[in-house]
Design a binder for this molecule. Structure first.
Ligand SMILES: [Mn+2]
Length: 662
């Protein structure tokens, strides 16, 4: 018990004692019964009171302590409230400040009551729907806690903490690899003198770009550089869309060269080693997508691409084809048999590539099979089958279903994937995991999904078709491969279909491959016979053609409403034909290809990168030949989506021009 209470009890006790003594003295002088009884009552009262006080104070001492604290708080309350380091604001229903504490005046100025919240800081007002947010006022950073019910804002200053975090983040390191894409070919035709001048200019530009931007740049091989970039610098590079791409193209133009550069950058990875790995992976992506671009890997999944605007038809040499031919022979020698597989719903290029491979494997005296789900092939390929059947071709005996392929496959079987590198697009993805020996040959740009770690990968996006690539491999194959007239005809049909009669993506080597196939006996008239379309096909196309709409940006768009039983090929061929219309820059054909599946096929005449537009809609493809598929929407929805993505693309393109034109 506290001494204060003790004192009170003693005080009360003394008073009672005095009264008691007075009664006793009186009784002694003049004894009286009444006084005696009164005394007894008083004594009892005294005893009860003392007992009560003892109980009360001992039980209630805790409450008394708090009570006392309250007293102290009251005493220091106003002082605390004025000097409390949190700004408190109370606003009314018109968002005008009605009351602030002293600290608010101290940091935000005295004339603050009566002002609208938006006048103090726009963010402070705009984010009022939140209970917690950050604002920056007068160079100070505040954490805002908002109590809408009481229209009260608490602003806690966190400038020091935040600026430390921001500084830490801005200093985070990104690793990049910069390569000159096609250096050997780009400088091959320059005179010795010009070559040195050109490379000097390129190096000077890179070095001054790096020092201007504060990038650490170190050359580790000819035309290859390591970059170390702080995050704030990286942000600047993103904002000006990696103008270094444009700067290099400008220099190349003055030297009449096709040299471009690519950069793979990784940021925000768990450690330095994975930072480096991801940067290399990003660089590989730029290369398989055709170079002249930047791939940026932020974290695990987020990949962004910049650039990739040039559509140079051909920039490759035949060395790679020879190396691949040798590697292929080594793989075939080791294998017990060879299985070739193209993409789902194979087309003539995909199947023609399989035929080429079959001829190679036959020369090496290994059994070879082609995986085709004969129920799911495109219309033109069905005509190829009929053509082969009419001529009793042995190829047809080599076609096996995915199920049989799974049965035949051993760990020693060489699996060759042609005309795609997307694991989810192959006819039977399960086959990919069944073997230790894998090769990929493709002419499509690599998307974010690709077959990992094949023994040999040959992707050449400047090739017109996979058949073109395989024709070259056949020419360089260490053993002399002879192709029958029939096989050569089907292969040539593959090139003709993929280039739309040598119109698109056709380089000099496309003609060389065609010439090689012709020498093997390919018959152009038979190709035309295979490719001639039925009356119905022509009628469908005529019907689609009628629906064409040419937008203000010279895009030809067809929405195939009320036409059933369309195939992807119908859409693709219509898109091809639309490019024949004068001034049309790109064509898009939207149609229902299944109950709940809409296909969009797009083609470009050269300026417009339809791959970017289709990627925006979840698809992919080439610069001038791309497609996408959409589910759960109407044709009208797809049409509206397409128009908005085209607008978005044009806008980005304009911005890009603005940023890169000096
Ligand atoms: Mn193809």
């Amino acid at each position: 018990m506290e001494s204060k209470y003790k004192r009170r009890i003693i005080f009360v006790g003394i008073i009672y004692f005095l009264i008691f003594s007075y009664i006793v003295v009186n009784a002694a002088i003049n004894f009286n019964r009444e006084i005696l009884s009164l005394s007894i009552i008083l004594i009892l009262m005294l005893i009860f009171q003392v007992m009560y006080l003892i109980r009360f104070y001992s039980q209630d001492s805790q409450a008394k302590t708090i009570d006392e604290l309250g007293y102290q708080v009251r005493k220091v309350g106003s002082n605390t409230f004025n000097n409390f380091p949190v700004a408190i604001m109370v606003y009314n229903d018109k968002f005008v400040i009605e009351w602030v504490n002293y600290f608010t005046r101290k940091i935000l100025g005295t004339k603050i009551v009566g002002r609208h919240l938006g006048d103090i800081d726009t963010t402070l007002y705009e984010k009022l729907s939140l209970d917690y947010y950050m604002v920056e006022i007068n160079g100070k950073i505040f954490e805002v806690k908002h109590f809408p019910l009481y229209r009260t804002l608490y602003l806690i200053e966190v400038t020091e903490r935040e600026s430390k975090i921001r500084k830490y983040e801005s200093k985070q390191l990104a690793v990049g690899y910069l390569v000159l894409d096609n250096m050997d070919e780009a400088i091959r035709d320059l005179t010795e003198q010009k070559r040195y001048l050109f490379m000097g200019r390129v190096n000077t530009m890179l070095i001054s770009y790096a020092s201007e931007q504060n990038i650490f740049l170190k050359s580790y091989a000819e035309g290859r550089y390591l970059l170390l970039i702080e995050h704030n610098v990286l942000q600047k590079m993103i904002n000006n869309k990696f103008e270094v791409l444009y700067k290099l193209r400008k220099i190349s133009e003055t030297f009449d060269s096709s040299l471009t550069l690519s950069i793979g950058i990784a940021y925000n990875q768990s450690d330095l080693v994975s930072l480096n790995d991801k940067a290399l992976e990003a660089l590989e992506l730029t290369q398989s997508r055709g170079g002249d671009q930047v791939a940026l890997m932020m974290g695990e999944k987020d990949i962004r691409f910049f650039g990739g605007k040039s559509n140079i038809i051909e920039k490759r040499n035949r060395v790679r084809a020879r190396v691949v031919a040798q590697d292929l022979e080594a793989l075939i020698e080791k294998a017990d048999k060879v299985i070739v597989m193209g993409h789902k719903i194979p087309d003539v290029d995909s199947f023609g590539a399989c035929i080429g491979m079959l001829n190679i494997a036959r020369k090496s005296e290994k059994e070879c099979f082609i995986v085709v789900d004969t129920k799911e092939v495109d219309n033109t390929l069905n005509k190829v089958f009929a053509y082969l059947n009419d001529r009793n071709s042995s190829i047809l005996n080599k076609i096996i279903s995915p199920q049989i392929a799974l049965d035949l496959m051993t760990s020693k079987t060489l699996l060759i994937i042609v005309d795609t590198q997307n694991p989810s697009l192959v006819i039977e993805p399960k086959l990919l995991n069944r073997t230790k020996s894998l090769m990929v040959i493709d002419h499509h740009r690599r998307g974010t999904q690709f077959i990992e770690a094949p023994d040999v990968i040959y992707t050449e996006i400047y090739a017109s078709s996979t058949v073109e690539l395989i024709s070259e491999i056949i020419e360089y194959y260490p053993l002399k491969v002879q192709i029958s007239e029939i096989d050569a005809t089907v292969m040539l049909a593959g090139i003709i279909v993929d280039t739309n009669n040598f119109t698109y993506r056709t380089g000099s080597r496309t003609f060389e491959a065609a010439s090689f196939l012709r020498k093997q006996g390919a018959d152009t008239l038979s190709v035309q016979t295979i490719l001639r379309e039925s009356y119905e096909e022509h009628m469908i196309r005529a019907e689609l053609f009628e629906k064409v709409e040419i937008t203000n940006d010279n895009m030809a768009v067809v929405v195939a409403d009320n036409i059933d039983n369309l195939t992807k090929v119908n859409l693709a061929q219509t898109a091809d034909w639309l490019l024949m219309i004068e001034n049309v820059k790109a064509s898009f054909v939207i149609g229902k290809i299944d109950a709940n599946l809409i296909g969009v096929s797009s083609r470009s005449f050269g300026d417009v990168n339809v791959q970017i537009i289709m990627e925006k809609m979840g698809g992919g493809g080439h610069f001038n030949n791309a497609a996408c598929q959409l589910t759960d929407m109407t044709l009208q929805d797809a049409y509206i989506m397409l128009l908005s993505k085209i607008d978005e693309y044009i806008e980005e393109e304009d911005n890009n021009e603005d940023n890169t034109t000096e």
